[in-house]
Design a protein around this ligand. Structure first.
Ligand SMILES: *Cc1c(COP(=O)(O)O)cnc(C)c1O
Length: 379
């Protein structure tokens, strides 16, 4: 079966010697815009491509404002700061995520709490969140207090794993009821919709990444989105060293960050954004092909969850056992087909070992079985 699968994947990618998990595709105006940017000399912190990108991006996902950042982690960090997350606070997230989610929480001085994921969506489970909050939290003076630690649970960061939207409407309802700020880690889900609404737009703020392995890339980059004009202004201010605009004086009114996206990266990114719809169509075609292939095998293929449209950023399969997973990883990677397991659970990493956890049985089950297979846009 593994042999057949490798041969099948190879055929989808023209039998190239080494088939990567996800490679970027530069087939549009990338060189035109970057040349123009270089010719203008405005390659750094000032320039029109950043503004153009922010406008286009906001339009694309249906949010009012977008603030470009140097990477997705920075976008998450600023999002959490804007929600008031600070020292001594706690933030609920899922144990199955990329380290950036927990790093951003930690940069604020806050501690993550890990709540289980759904087997179907691979993202935060509203049922598990409901159980965790009922058992461990109480509302006091409009704040959600952790009964065990006495600290404020300030925010909740669900993540849309590999582009598959989690049950974000139920999560939002729970966050609203418990006075917890919803911050979506939509880093992997550009082009993914939950009931026709773009991921990242459900909470007050949402964050995306444009790292080299994401569906579109600026080399490195990210963006924060919001419908709130005040929050957008604050985000821009904080990510650009908190400088007060002036013709020549250097006055900064708080400790800000140098989190702005360089204009040169924005030029690349604008060209990539123009191709997003093509990429999405291309990736959905591949997803269909994979789905049909795995239907006739004993390997489970993860389809977009009910009521959602996934960007199918990384195609995902679930093997029966950890042993099978390891055999599959070994066989594919030694035969020129790059595959990867899902992340090691965050709660088992040294830095987060002491963090509070709910019951994590689904995450544990998935950790041992999930594999991502080649998913690049095919030309
Ligand atoms: C890629 C990613 C990020 C952000 O990563 P950067 O490399 O900082 O752009 C955040 N969260 C998740 C889940 C990601 O996959």
């Amino acid at each position: 079966m593994y042999k057949e699968t490798v041969a099948f994947i190879r055929r989808q990618f023209h039998n190239k010697a080494l088939i990567p998990l996800h490679e970027p595709c530069f087939n549009g105006n990338e060189k035109v815009y970057m040349n123009d940017c270089i010719d203008s000399t405005f390659v750094s912190s000032v320039g029109s491509y950043v503004d153009r990108f922010e406008k286009e991006f906001a339009l694309h996902v249906g949010s009012k404002y977008a603030v470009a950042t140097v990477n997705g982690t920075a976008a998450l960090h600023v999002s959490l700061i804007l929600m008031g997350v600070g020292k001594e606070d706690e933030v609920i997230t899922q144990p199955l995520t990329f380290i950036a989610t927990c790093n951003a929480i930690t940069y604020c001085g806050a501690k993550p709490i890990f709540v289980d994921v759904d087997k179907e969506t691979l993202g935060l489970s509203p049922e598990a969140l409901h159980i965790f909050l009922n058992e461990n939290a109480k509302l006091k003076e409009g704040q959600c207090i952790n009964k065990i630690t006495g600290k404020v649970i300030r925010a909740c960061v669900p993540m849309h794993s590999f582009g598959h939207p989690c049950k974000i409407d139920e999560i939002k309802d729970l966050c609203d009821a418990w006075h917890i700020a919803l911050v979506e880690d939509a880093a992997e889900s550009l082009g993914s919709y939950f009931k026709a609404q773009h991921t990242g737009t459900f909470g007050k703020v949402g964050a995306f990444s444009f790292n080299g392995n994401k569906i579109i890339t600026s080399g490195g980059g990210g963006v924060m989105i919001t419908d709130d004009e005040e929050l957008a202004k604050k985000a821009k201010h904080l990510t650009t060293t908190a400088k007060i605009p002036h013709k020549w004086e250097f006055v900064h009114d708080e400790v800000g960050f140098n989190y702005r996206l360089p204009n040169l990266n924005a030029a690349l990114l604008l060209a990539q954004l123009e191709q997003l719809d093509n990429f999405l169509e291309n990736k959905r075609e591949l997803a269909k092909i994979y789905e049909e292939f795995f239907e006739n095998s004993n390997i489970h293929y993860v389809k977009e969850p009910k009521d959602t449209q996934s960007n199918y950023w990384l195609n995902t399969i679930i093997l029966d056992t950890k042993k099978q997973r390891d055999e599959f990883l070994e066989y594919t990677n030694s035969n020129g087909v790059m595959t990867r397991p899902i992340w090691t659970l965050m709660n088992t990493l040294e830095m987060f070992k002491a963090c509070q956890c709910g019951d994590l049985s689904n995450a544990l089950w998935l950790e041992n079985r999930v594999v991502n297979i080649p998913s690049s846009v095919r030309l």
